[in-house]
Design a protein around this ligand. Sequence first.
Ligand code: FE2
Ligand code: FE2
Length: 287
Amino acid sequence: MSQTSNLLHNEPLRKLVSEMQTLPSLPSVYRELMQILRTDDASVDQAARIISKDVGMVTKILQVVNSPLYGLRGKVSNPSHAVVLLGLSTIRALVLSRNVFAQFDQSKLPFFSLEVLWQHGMAAGVHARAIVKEEAAEQTLTEDTFTAGLLHDVGTLVLATNLPDQYTEMLALMQERDISEWDAERTIFGATHAEVGGYLLGQWRLNQTIVNAVAYHHEPSYAPAPVSLALATLHVANAVEEETQAAALGTTFAPMDLDYLGACGLIDRLPLWQAICRDEAMSRAGC
Ligand SMILES: [Fe+2]
Ligand SMILES: [Fe+2]
């Protein structure tokens, strides 16, 4: 059994994810990309900037560039680099192909915001990247960590858009019992959004650093050895983001997995990492 197969034990969900060809994209981003691609002077940079505003598009572009067809064997994790490698004519072909970039239908999921999911992923990605840079990580790990942050809740998109009734039930259970999202997901779906997301990214051939960081971002102590700086930083960046959101909404949040940070020998770094996340958040807010 491959490492990716081990991430998701629920058979119906494995089947659902294995058969998925696409993820829904924000209609506004889709329209913006179509508009640019219709012009004669469209540039790869413009296309990359637009694509990197959408979780579904970024995931799909990384799947295509890492497919066996391109012979790169899961080496590309930077969305802009993926767009450059594919080139505008391939991007045009993908956008024009039916079912490659499906548009998100908000009317079917009034309780779910793709915009919020993207903003949260971007914040976690930016924060995690700032932390690994502080830890003097090499460029590849820095890029992997950013992409893992950007895509870490992609499993939520899979569950909410494919199983909306159960997703609504899960949100109600979470509130009713005041339990974590992943505990409620295990009760309703038999798996968590983290496991579903990790499994999807593994199936779509993203590299194992990203797959593991996504799959274990809420419960890093369950991750297989060896310890991972990408996972540790994503766990902290996501937890700080969720703590900030909870403070704004007056809700509760799950504590960090300090045992994992201890196992990584990184527990002493936590105050600095939290300060980095707060500084990043302030600069993003323009303070
Ligand atoms: Fe999550
Ligand atoms: Fe998250």
